[in-house]
Design a protein around this ligand. Structure first.
Ligand SMILES: [Zn+2]
Length: 342
């Protein structure tokens, strides 16, 4: 695995609606690998070798969960909204980076220390609305002089690390792992296949970028290359999330309790046949909460056969996640064969 490239992808900032830095990186990497690549009106990166009618699209969302500055008070503290589904508990006392036109401004998310909490406060989860960002300013004027403005996005300075012999940790593995996989498919890409980095997936059951681009491009099929929740760590029961790190990519048959994509039967069957032919072990997945970009493409126009193929990932939708190298390599192996056969 090219850990240097994976580190670059993980540490690039791209909170939903501000995916530009990731899009630029993807555009350059696709071009380096000999593809034609462009950024469309909605910020999606579209890359291909040759293009004719009704391509197959493989889409990986480039955006990540994060925060956005909502209010600056006169003492110099920032209030924020959440962008995407972040667990409030993971925000308390985290270091953050505010992305401004003058560069990244470091800060921390402040909260009341336990010493002065009332008993009932200690027992309840902190709501993000009672949290604030401290950037070391002493007044609203100083905040503005530092370049911070309402609407700036906020990310986490989590460094990408290798762990153990085959694992990795970092921020935004959901879904820079998918972005990494697309880049590895670029060099031997078949004709009339599009590799697409999509925008604004984390902020809706229906990924906005994937929907707008797929409507325009009229694909014959859509594969969301994404991550899903692994259930192989303490405090989870086997039926909570029955997919595991190191056991292969997952084939998502049903998303969001069938409110998201329900994989078209023949399309799913073909993928399973291809997996067998490629000798890649896969895990089948039926998801109650959570969806991929496939949810936003399967029911546009006359209906487009769609499916999610995911890398199992621990702790997603927090400031850090963990994944296994073998799942990434097997995902690439499977999708190389899918592109050739479908
Ligand atoms: Zn995702």
């Amino acid at each position: 695995m090219d850990y240097e490239l994976m580190k670059k992808l993980s540490e690039a900032d791209g909170v939903s609606s501000e995916e530009g830095e990731v899009a630029k990186l993807m555009l350059e990497e696709f071009k380096k690998r000999g593809l034609t690549a462009e950024i469309d009106n909605f910020g999606n990166v579209i890359a291909y070798k040759t293009l004719s009618k009704n391509p197959l699209i493989l889409g990986a969302h480039m955006d990540e969960i994060g925060l956005m500055v909502k209010h600056v008070d006169e003492k110099g503290f920032l209030r924020f909204i959440k962008i995407g589904g972040i667990d409030d508990r993971t925000l308390v006392n985290q270091q953050v980076l505010v992305k401004t036109s003058k560069g990244l401004i470091p800060g921390v998310i402040g909260s009341k220390p336990p010493h002065i909490m009332r008993d009932e406060e200690r027992k309840t989860t902190i709501d993000y609305k009672s949290l604030f960002i401290d950037i070391g300013a002493v007044s609203g004027d100083e905040v503005r002089k530092m370049g911070v403005e309402i609407g700036n996005t906020v990310t986490f300075p989590t460094q990408f690390k290798k762990m153990g012999s085959k694992m990795m940790s970092g921020k935004a593995l959901d879904n820079r792992l998918g972005c990494y996989v697309l880049l590895q498919l670029a060099e031997q890409l078949s004709d009339n296949v599009i590799l697409m980095g999509t925008t604004q997936e984390e902020v809706s059951t229906f990924g906005k970028g994937a929907m707008t681009a797929s409507y325009r491009l009229e694909p014959r099929g859509f594969i969301a290359v994404d991550t899903s929740v692994a259930g192989d760590h303490p405090e989870l029961k086997p039926d909570d999330a029955p997919v595991y790190l190191g056991k292969g990519p997952t084939i998502v048959l049903v998303e969001a309790g069938a409110r998201g994509n329900v994989a078209e039967k023949k399309f799913a069957q073909k993928i399973l046949e291809v997996a067998k032919k490629a000798k890649v072990n896969v895990q089948l997945e039926v998801i109650d909460g959570g969806a991929t970009d496939a949810a936003s493409v399967h029911n546009i126009r006359g209906g487009i056969p769609s499916i999610g193929i995911c890398i199992p990932t621990r702790y997603i939708h927090s400031t850090v996640a963990v994944a296994h190298e073998d799942d990434v390599e097997n995902d690439i192996k499977l999708l190389k064969m899918v592109v050739k056969e479908m």
